[in-house]
Design a protein around this ligand. Structure first.
Ligand code: PBG
Length: 327
C-alpha cells in the first residue's frame, strides 16, 4: 500500500518516541499544597486523601526536607487555626498558623519558594470565604481583610500570595496594600477561574471549611461557564494578577487552553483534592495503575497549556520523574 504519511514511523521505539514527545512534566513544574495546624508532633493523615497530612509546625519542617530533597521548587500553604470566629481573625493574625509556617519554612529552607493561600474560609466559624450579614456573603467589606491576610503573609516572608476567595476586586485590593507596604515585588497568583465544584470535598474535610449554611455558588463560578472564566481572568489580570490558576484541572482542560491562548500569562492548573482522592481510591482497589494515571493526568494539563501544576501527587510525581532519569 502506498501511504506517504505514516505517523507510526515516529512511534517505533522509546528513543524516537521520547525525541518527538511534545510535552513534559518536569519537577520544576510542581507546586505541593500542604496543611499546617497548631500543636506538636502531629502528623494526621486526611482520611479521604491518603498520603496527605495535617502537620504541626515541627512535623511540617521535617516534611519539607523531602520536598526540598526531591527538587520540588514550591509549596502552597493552607492553615487550620486554633480557633475560628465570624471574621476569620486567624487568617490575618501576625502569629497565625500560616504566618508562623512561612517564617519556619523560609528560615530552614531559604530557597524554597513559599506561596500562601489567601482566604477566610478556613478561619471563619461559618466556613464562608467572606464576611456575613443577614445570610449574605459581603463583597467589599471582605476585601480589606483579604488585603490584611496577604500583607501578613508577605511580612512573614511569603514569596507569593494566592487569593482563592473569589470576591470581586480582591486582586486590586491585595495589590494596593502590598505595594503600599513595600511588597511590590511579591507576585499574586490568582484563583481566577475557580468553579463552585464538588471536587473540593476532601479539602474541606482537611481544612474543616465546609460552609455551615448554603454553598459557595454566589461567589465561585458555575461549572457550566467558559466565557465567564475568561471574564474573571481578564479582570484579575487588569487588577494586577501575575499568574492565573484554573481550578479544578481535569474537567477544565478547555479553560486551561483558552486562558493560555487568550492571555498568554503563566497558567497554573490546580489538580484538586477530589481529583486526588478518586485516583487514590481506584489505585487502592487495584483498578488502575496509579503512576500511569497520575503522569498522564499531569501531562494532559501541560498539553492543555498549563505552565505549573499544583498537585497533591507532587511527591510521588517527583519520585517517579527521578526514577526515570528525567531529572
Ligand atoms: C479556599 C480553598 C479551597 C481550595 C483551595 N482553596 C476550598 C474551597 O474553595 O472550598 C480547594 C482545594 C482542593 O480541593 O484541593 N477557598
Amino acid at each position: 500500500m502506498e501511504l506517504k504519511r505514516r505517523p507510526r514511523r515516529l512511534r517505533a521505539n522509546e528513543a524516537i518516541r521520547s525525541m518527538v514527545r511534545e510535552n513534559h512534566v518536569r519537577v520544576e513544574d510542581l507546586i505541593y499544597p500542604m496543611f499546617v495546624m497548631p500543636g506538636e508532633k502531629k502528623k494526621i493523615e486526611i482520611s479521604s486523601m491518603p498520603g496527605v497530612y495535617n502537620f504541626s509546625l515541627d512535623e511540617f519542617v521535617i516534611a519539607l526536607e523531602e520536598v526540598v530533597d526531591l527538587g520540588i521548587p514550591a509549596v502552597l500553604l493552607f492553615g487550620i487555626p486554633e480557633s475560628k470566629d465570624s471574621v476569620g481573625t486567624g487568617a490575618y493574625h501576625e502569629h497565625g498558623i500560616v504566618q508562623e509556617a512561612v517564617r519556619l519554612a523560609k528560615k530552614h529552607f531559604p530557597k524554597l519558594y513559599v506561596i500562601t493561600d489567601v482566604c477566610l474560609c478556613e478561619y471563619t466559624d461559618h466556613g464562608h470565604c467572606g464576611l456575613i450579614e443577614n445570610g449574605q456573603i459581603l463583597n467589599d467589606p471582605t476585601l480589606g481583610l483579604l488585603g490584611q491576610t496577604a500583607l501578613s503573609h508577605a511580612r512573614a516572608g511569603a514569596d507569593m500570595v494566592a487569593p482563592s476567595d473569589m470576591m470581586d476586586g480582591r486582586v486590586a485590593a491585595i495589590r494596593e496594600v502590598l505595594d503600599k507596604e513595600g511588597f511590590s515585588q511579591v507576585p499574586i497568583m490568582a484563583y481566577s477561574a475557580k468553579v463552585a465544584s464538588g471536587f473540593y470535598g476532601p479539602f474541606r474535610e482537611a481544612a474543616g471549611s465546609t460552609p455551615q449554611f448554603g454553598d459557595r455558588r454566589t461567589y465561585q463560578m458555575d461549572p457550566a461557564n467558559g466565557n465567564e472564566a475568561m471574564l474573571e481572568t481578564e479582570l484579575d489580570i487588569e487588577e494586577g494578577a501575575d499568574l492565573i490558576i484554573v481550578k479544578p484541572a481535569l474537567a477544565y482542560g478547555d479553560i486551561i487552553y483558552r486562558t493560555k491562548e487568550k492571555f498568554g500569562v503563566p497558567v497554573v492548573a490546580y489538580n484538586v483534592s477530589g481529583e486526588y482522592a478518586m485516583v487514590k481510591a481506584a489505585a487502592a482497589n487495584g483498578w488502575i495503575d496509579e503512576k500511569r494515571i497520575v503522569m498522564e493526568a499531569l501531562v494532559s494539563m501541560k498539553r492543555a497549556g498549563a505552565d505549573l501544576l499544583i498537585t497533591y501527587h507532587a511527591l510521588d510525581a517527583a519520585h517517579w520523574l527521578r526514577e526515570e532519569g528525567h531529572v
